[in-house]
Design a binder for this molecule. Structure first.
Ligand code: AMP
Length: 399
């Protein structure tokens, strides 16, 4: 998928509308985690250092969309950019409007105007043409670095883009890095390609599984979603989570895997407990069936061993979703062992991509995050990309 990056743009003397993901957690005006701000600094500084002025914009939280709300103001972020990053940054008086247009026009090269929270205006989430037009009047160049918002057809990532000249549109460094990493897995990945999928519901991951049938050599399934698939195959699953209304779909997926030549592995044994509690007595099942009074909480040791063999054999790996209730110590072993093996595979030269909030939490918990080839920052966006769904924010950047 061809797109321009900021290196391909001459930005000297231009005013750039930079859509970033500055959706950081803020409590009583204090930024609790600035990771997302830091992640977009390379793009922002590149633009400023090369003689551009920047109209920076992002959403933050979920305000009503009916105007200014102090709790969701971007003021703490403007202060952070000045105090911690040493930028010449001022906060705009609003999101858009004539006053904001004057503030933008007054910018000198090297200066930043941070717009107020895009979601103060309903036009952002509703992708309203008037709001897109108002945003487009603030700059002559558009750069999108907000991969985590690319799956939403909102004004600042989708609707506004065609208002700019084709050659004045580019992806920021963060966006580019995500797209390259995700593209490496979906387009001509080095084989064998092994996909590890887990999490709570089959229904959330249907498109993801389907997109990798025929593409992946092996799909390893864990987490609660494996019980729906196991039940569809005729196994007893006791009190485990199951989506009864997805049993037919589960059968279709199993049949499709066979037809398309993808080896789809389900757990061979389980760690089970009578209750959904960390302190509940955990036992290992003898085989795939789960007794009536027990529920599946994690993959068992035989499963772990079988999955490790496949992971060790892979040249490309993707992982989305935990293998069990890893938030509880007693049921975290399967997920943490897989995380450790993913890191070992990356150490040995495999391309390992981890995406989705819970798998990212798992690699952090296993303390292996720095060894993983690429950890995707956008949970929803990376899941949709890997599911083969076209992202409006990415489509808009295409040449
Ligand atoms: P997801 O957001 O779909 O990736 O699902 C992640 C959630 O699935 C985590 O909070 C896990 O605790 C949960 N989960 C994984 N395995 C199980 C299981 N065997 N029973 C219940 N919940 C599970």
């Amino acid at each position: 998928m061809p797109f321009r990056n900021v290196n391909d743009l001459n930005v000297k003397g231009h005013r750039v509308l930079l859509r970033a993901d500055l959706n950081v957690p803020i409590k009583e005006g204090v930024i609790k985690d600035a990771t997302r701000i830091r992640a977009t600094m390379a793009t922002l500084k590149h633009l400023l250092d090369n003689g551009a002025s920047v109209v920076l914009c992002s959403h933050m939280g979920r305000p009503e969309g009916a105007g200014f709300e102090p709790a969701y103001s971007m003021a703490p972020i403007a202060a952070w950019l000045e105090d911690k990053e040493g930028l010449d940054c001022r906060l705009a008086s609003a999101v858009t409007g004539e006053e904001v247009e004057r503030e933008a026009a007054a910018l000198e090269p090297g200066q930043v105007l941070l717009l107020e929270n895009l979601r103060f205006d309903k036009g952002e989430t509703k992708n309203k043409p008037e709001f897109c037009a108002a945003l487009s009047r603030l700059a002559d160049t558009y750069v999108n670095d907000a991969f985590g918002s690319a799956h939403r057809a909102h004004a600042s990532v989708a609707g506004v883009v065609p208002s700019f000249q084709k050659d004045r549109i580019a992806a920021g460094f963060l966006m580019e890095k995500e797209l390259k990493a995700l593209g490496k897995v979906t387009h001509n990945p080095e084989k064998p390609l092994v996909a590890v999928m887990g999490g709570a519901k089959v229904s959330d991951k249907i498109d993801l599984i389907r997109n990798f049938l025929g593409k992946a050599d092996v799909i390893l399934i864990g987490g609660a979603m494996s019980y729906t698939l196991l039940k569809a195959q005729g196994a007893s699953i006791g009190k485990s989570l199951c989506e009864e209304d997805k049993l037919e779909l589960a059968k279709e997926i199993l049949a499709e895997a066979k037809k398309k030549g993808t080896k789809l592995l389900l757990p061979l044994d389980h760690i089970v407990a009578p209750e959904f509690k960390d302190s509940a007595p955990a036992t290992i099942t003898d085989g795939q069936d789960i007794p009536d009074d027990q529920m599946g909480m994690d993959i068992g040791p035989e499963t772990v061993a079988a999955y490790l063999v496949e992971i060790r054999n892979a040249k490309t790996l993707i992982w989305n979703g935990p293998m069990g209730v890893f938030e509880m110590e007693a049921f975290a072993v399967g997920t943490l062992t897989i995380a450790e093996e993913m890191a070992k595979a990356a150490d040995a030269g495999a391309f390992v991509l981890v995406g989705g909030g819970d798998s990212v939490a798992a690699v952090n918990k296993a303390k292996v995050a720095d060894r993983i080839t690429h950890i995707s920052t956008g949970g929803g966006a990376s899941l949709e990309f890997l599911s083969g769904i076209e992202l409006p924010g990415v489509k808009a950047l295409e040449l």
